[in-house]
Write a protein of this length. Sequence first.
Length: 81
Amino acid sequence: MTTQTPKSELTKSFDPKTIESKWYAFWEGKGYYAAGLNPAIKDNFCILLPPPNVTGTLHMGHGFNQTIMDALTRYHRMRGD
């Protein structure tokens, strides 16, 4: 028994307008773009590091840079900071 799935044609280039318009309205409606201060939290934790500047071939240094930020963020989140 074989099941064949219909083949669909992919566009030559990605046009994000139709998808992004739907999600933008959803995210805006949920308040995801609104920044605010929670008065219940006394000490906030913030990491101010720039995104990676990839000017050539990706290498382990790019991944390592992101790993440090991720580990620190997860650690402080687990602590409730």
